[in-house]
Design a protein around this ligand. Structure first.
Ligand SMILES: [Zn+2]
Length: 254
């Protein structure tokens, strides 16, 4: 196999390993992040509830002013009761009084309802504050628990990064640049295997001519369809030889 192709296969394996550290780190920190997310959400809910409580306070104040007005009107009303003469006047007067009293009781009920809601909201805030404090303690525990695992992971990652650095120094800049350009869009599929004459980057069948070049592996060959670098795994080379012979015999027959 072409020496540079061999190096690129190894480089691609190292890059994949480096890429895999990130989701691994996220997995380790999963529980911790969930706690922090819950805490953030609780904080936002408290803010919303506090705004609602302030609104409720304004509503109560407004209702109380309205209530004071009605009470004034009612007392003025009963003072005038003695001055009424006709039955019609008395009837109208008592009707007005009835309406005002109904309004008073309606406003009182409304104030009681809002006050009850306020209490529920205050209780909810207290509960959320307690949960936030609880999470604070859990976050410290989770951080301590993760510390060692993360340090081990970081050691492993550094090891792979060093290996990659060393290897990339051995690869000619031109070849490295070629690999880098493909990796920019192909990511982990920059260097892919060919199996059963199909590219494992795009899963398309490759032509006999390209397949022959990949088997020969004198040069670095890319997939004509997706552009990934192609290779056949070393352990598959026995079967490859058989295929290669078959190809040659087909070509000879043609
Ligand atoms: Zn392909």
């Amino acid at each position: 196999m072409n020496k540079h192709l061999k190096q690129l296969i190894e480089l691609s394996d190292l890059d994949k390993a480096i890429d895999d550290f990130l989701p691994e780190e996220a997995r380790i920190n999963g529980a911790l992040n969930a706690l922090l997310e819950e805490q953030k959400h609780a904080g936002a809910t408290i803010e919303e509830l506090e705004i609602e409580i302030t609104d409720a306070r304004h509503k109560i104040a407004k209702s109380e002013t309205h209530l004071a007005d009605l009470t004034d009107r009612l007392s003025g009303h009963s003072r005038r009761a003695g001055e009424l003469k006709s039955e019609k006047e008395i009837k109208a007067h008592s009707l007005e009084e009835e309406i005002a009293k109904e309004q008073v009781s309606f406003i009182n009920e409304e104030i009681a309802r809002i006050e009850k809601l306020q209490t529920t909201k205050s209780e909810e805030i207290a509960k959320l504050k307690a949960r936030i404090a609880e999470i604070d303690a859990q976050v410290i525990d989770a951080k301590n628990a993760n510390q060692e695992t993360l340090a081990q992971l970081e050691d492993k990652r550094r090891e792979v990064v060093t290996k990659r650095e060393k290897l990339s120094e051995e690869i000619p800049p031109k070849v490295l640049g070629f690999y880098g350009k493909i990796r920019r869009w192909a990511g982990s599929r920059t260097v892919v295997q060919v199996k059963k004459q199909a590219c494992y980057g795009c899963f398309m069948k490759i032509s006999d001519k390209v397949y022959g070049e990949v088997i020969n592996s004198a040069e670095i060959v890319t997939c004509p369809n997706c552009g990934c670098i192609l290779y056949i795994a070393e352990n598959a080379e026995n079967t490859t030889n058989a295929v290669s012979e078959k190809l040659e015999s087909t070509e000879a027959a043609a």
